[in-house]
Design a protein around this ligand. Structure first.
Ligand code: SAM
Length: 356
């Protein structure tokens, strides 16, 4: 099931969640005890806001995120003071870092293929010393299931405990607690804490270098990703079209194409190129790295390197993440138009942004 379908299922049962149950409170309080600075908290999959009052009571200014419109509407009624985001955690970009992130019985609804990226993103979103508490399925390997126990169809998935622990460690987090709190059910909750040391931020690690011929196979695979194409409203090039496009680009001095690296990791490309008499910019990020501010940072680096102005960028109006990146980098929308289908783009509504 997709997050949209999970959301539709929760929309049907939202009223059942407007309760005062204290389920999970003790576990979350165990996590709170590790937090040094009680500043900003985030409740991922906040549902009707059941846990947000608990967090506020511990002194956190708590934001909520949920993919179900009906659930978040009820959270809004309960917590009109809170900042609430109606979005899918897979594509949502964290607006700030958090001292505490709670994802109670929500991350397991994320499609298995997106769980690693989503979990990494939450770890990345912790401030130094910040704490993440979340639940997952306590299997040894990846697993996914669909059932209708709650009424409407529901999807659950887990990466399994060993893989989950690896992701936390690689993200600079230490596991403080892991418990099968409903044993013999395979319900596990974990508390992880981001190192309080001087950890380099993603911003520090992002850098650009010119595209080289040896990058083309990786770039070809990247542009085939169906989720990225759905998000960007693009149609991938076949091998022949890709090779001929990049043969032209690499020989064209008016085009600046840069590989985006995070540390030594190839995570995407960002380019400045002439089109229809204007200088355009564009970017493409590996889906595993979405939502970490990498595109914004890479675009800023390119803008520092390329003094040309004005610069134009276009994005499908449905691509909220891309619109936000352009706005963050100072681009201003000048036009919204309806573009017909071509061999590179499906018919769609496009926003034209300009940086002067
Ligand atoms: C079992 S409820 C838990 C609600 C709340 N955490 C609590 O304990 O009361 C799971 C919540 O996660 C939300 N959710 C599921 N998939 C999500 C996604 N991809 N992004 C954001 N929220 C999601 C659902 O809409 C639902 O409100």
């Amino acid at each position: 099931m997709t997050p949209e379908q999970v959301a539709a299922s929760y929309d049907q049962i939202a009223d059942q969640w407007v309760d005062v149950s204290t389920y999970g409170f003790a576990q979350i309080e165990r996590a709170v005890a590790f937090v040094k600075h009680r500043g900003a908290a985030l409740d991922v999959g906040c549902g009707t806001g059941r846990l947000m009052g608990l967090l506020s009571g511990h002194g956190f200014r708590t934001d909520g995120l949920d993919v179900s419109p009906a659930m978040i509407a009820r959270a809004w009624e309960r917590h009109p003071e809170a900042e609430l985001f109606h979005a899918d955690v897979c594509w949502w970009e964290l607006p700030r870092s958090y001292d505490l992130i709670v994802a109670w019985d929500s991350m397991w609804h994320v499609p298995l293929a997106h769980q690693e990226a989503a979990l990494k993103k939450l770890c990345q979103g912790l401030s130094a010393g910040g704490v993440l508490v979340f639940t997952t399925g306590g299997t040894d390997g990846p697993d996914e299931k669909q059932n209708s126990y709650m009424g409407p169809p529901m999807y659950h998935a887990t990466l399994g405990v060993p893989h989950t622990l690896r992701i936390l460690a690689e993200a600079g987090c230490v596991c403080r607690h892991l418990e099968y709190d409903q044993h013999p059910e395979l319900h596990v909750y974990l508390i992880a804490q981001k190192s309080a040391g001087d950890v380099p931020t993603t911003d520090d690690l992002v850098r650009l270098r010119p595209v080289e011929r040896g990058d083309l196979p990786r770039m070809y695979d990247l542009q085939l990703d169906p989720d990225s194409n759905r998000m960007a409203a693009t149609i991938p090039r076949d091998r022949e079209a890709f090779d001929s496009h990049w043969a032209k680009v690499l020989g064209d001095p008016s085009v600046a194409s840069r590989v985006i690296l995070v540390g030594e990791e190839f995570v995407g490309i960002v380019s400045c190129f002439p089109r229809d008499g204007a200088d355009h910019v564009g970017y493409w990020i590996d889906r595993a790295y979405w939502g970490r501010g990498i595109a914004s940072r890479a675009l800023r680096l390119l803008l520092q390197e390329i003094p040309k102005r004005p610069l134009t960028a276009t994005a499908a109006t449905s691509n909220a993440a891309s619109l936000r990146i352009l706005q963050k980098c100072g681009f201003v929308v000048t036009q919204v138009r309806h573009d017909p289908a071509t061999d590179r783009y499906p018919e769609c509504e496009v926003a034209v942004y300009v940086l002067r």
